[in-house]
Design a protein. Structure first.
Length: 254
């Protein structure tokens, strides 16, 4: 909806009382009558969703910028943002071999989404990087995570028991040597894989497996190509296809 003001200047704006205008970035703009001076004043109230409830900064030992925000001002529905969003800084992620050093873990059972907002250069090991987020449903911005030199992706999404879909084609797994239990105990019903994706040891749930969608539980056996229903693979064959060196790997959403 567009608001149009014709031939109106700020000096002749009618007095507004308790009017609320919604601005960019979910900020609330309040117009006040300014009764003491006879002039209207405008102040901006920042949405609580734009104010992190917890954050951390690089410490020179491999940690990266992170911040936790509310979603719809709900403190039980949190979004984790990683990286520096300035569009210039590339932060270096140190070796991750467990969740203990992840500053956001005190909020693990309330994080429902993860967004990588700035360029991050991963180390050779990204074990457990996103694991243990039991309510995590969506991860976006993985293309900003440079894993071209990462060899160990073990347990990367382990125990993300609410994770419904993921696009692994966005991350470079050309150097992958192990993906042990990378996807174990997830709720995946959709996975996008690319020509250098590797999941042969990722331990997807064996057939038949159960997953939930919107609170409803379903039982499935195997995976279908979303663009060709006749292209069907069992879970075991899917993991075997996406193994290091296999030339049958294709860019496909299953």
């Amino acid at each position: 909806m567009k608001l149009k003001l014709d031939k109106v200047t700020m000096s002749c704006v009618a007095v507004l009382s308790s009017a609320i205008l919604f601005g960019i970035n979910s900020n609330v703009v309040k117009a006040d009558s300014g009764s003491d001076t006879g002039q209207s004043t405008v102040s901006t109230v920042q949405s609580k969703d734009d104010i992190p409830i917890a954050s951390g900064v690089p410490d020179g030992y491999g940690s990266i910028s992170w911040a936790v925000y509310t979603t719809n001002e709900d403190t039980n529905n949190l979004q984790l943002r990683l990286g520096n969003p300035d569009g210039k800084t590339v932060e270096k992620l140190g070796q991750t071999t467990g969740t203990g050093n992840n500053g956001w873990m005190p909020y693990a059972n309330k994080i429902t989404s993860v967004v990588i907002v700035g360029d991050v250069k991963a180390n050779g090991v990204t074990q457990y990087l996103f694991s243990g987020l039991s309510r995590l449903q969506k991860i976006s911005g993985l293309s900003l995570l440079d894993t071209s030199e990462t060899t160990d992706f073990s347990y990367m999404f382990y125990d993300d028991t609410s994770l419904e879909s993921i696009d692994l084609s966005e991350i470079d797994m050309s150097s992958a040597k192990t993906t042990t239990n990378m996807l174990q105990n997830t709720n995946l019903s959709s996975i996008t894989l690319g020509k250098n994706s590797v999941i042969n040891k990722a331990n997807l749930s064996s057939d038949p497996f159960t997953y939930s969608d919107g609170g409803t539980y379903f039982t499935a056996s195997g995976w279908k190509d979303s663009s060709d229903a006749k292209n069907y693979l069992s879970t075991e064959l899917l993991m075997d296809r996406y193994a290091t060196g296999n030339t049958d790997r294709t860019q496909t959403t299953w």
